[in-house]
Ligand binder design. Sequence first.
Ligand SMILES: Cc1ncc(C[n+]2csc(CCOP(=O)(O)OP(=O)(O)O)c2C)c(N)n1
Length: 295
Amino acid sequence: MTPCRARQNPASSLASGSPAARRGAAAAGVQHGIRRQREAIHQDVRGTGAARQRREDVGHPVAVEVTGELRESLQVLRERVRRPRRSGEVRRLREKILKTLESELGDHEKNVLNPQRILWDLREILEPDDLLVSDVGAHKLLLGRFFRSSNPKTVIISNGLSAMGIAIPGGIAAKLNDPQRRVVTLSGDGGFLMSVHELETAKREGAATVNLVFRDGGLGSIRWKQEARYNRTIGTEFGNPDFLDLARAFGIPGFRLDSPSDLNSILAEALESKMPCLVDIPVDYSDNPYSPSAK
Ligand SMILES: Cc1ncc(C[n+]2csc(CCOP(=O)(O)OP(=O)(O)O)c2C)c(N)n1
């Protein structure tokens, strides 16, 4: 096991006479990422030299670099970092962010839904401790912004490696681990089709997950990237099977949102299901909050 070590950035404004890890850890408790300008503790299993690198290379100013096994490092940090206060500043900031996000919600059209609004409304439909597992794509980026999680460990997002296809098997694992908990997965149609066979596993194992699919007939986030960079798209469209027929073929219940007003009733019915089920949701991703031209 790599022993936990800390390296202080000599240029850090947090420098003082106490041991480096203690200084950096205490500082992080005060900062808690409210402002991007504030310095951070950089944790890695190997030394990356982040503390000595220029800020532009790392993405944020680094006060202390902690090197070692994650478990050991987190234990040490937990003892040393002060708990951030849920101060008025944080509450006011949260309210401001939520107000801005709410103003960004679009409207559902007759036959396709506004994904931002679905994710916003999903918060009201799910209990605070239900688990939401996201796949990778435009839906994940929107979920990160518009699904207002309030409790820790209630949203699982595949980030970093960001492998598509994680949502259905991830949901099964979560449900088998805690059968009493309601587990909802969210996939785009591309990632969903990568792991669709796992619906058989879910049924066989009796893992009653609710699997939502945002259907846009393409690789939504790749389209976003192509549009931003080249002003056109190529090779990102594909056809889908009929998802209700597909659910039937797996012997599980399937639902389709034909009208936005059905969202609550269909999700309520799906959440009551004692079997894994599939909810087909036609969406329109044309309102892209990450577009360089978005306000
Ligand atoms: C296994 C894998 N292949 C490719 C990618 C690159 N990739 C990231 S998002 C994406 C498109 C996702 O499309 P879809 O699942 O339909 O979701 P949407 O963006 O439409 O919500 C691709 C190809 C990846 N992250 N993982």
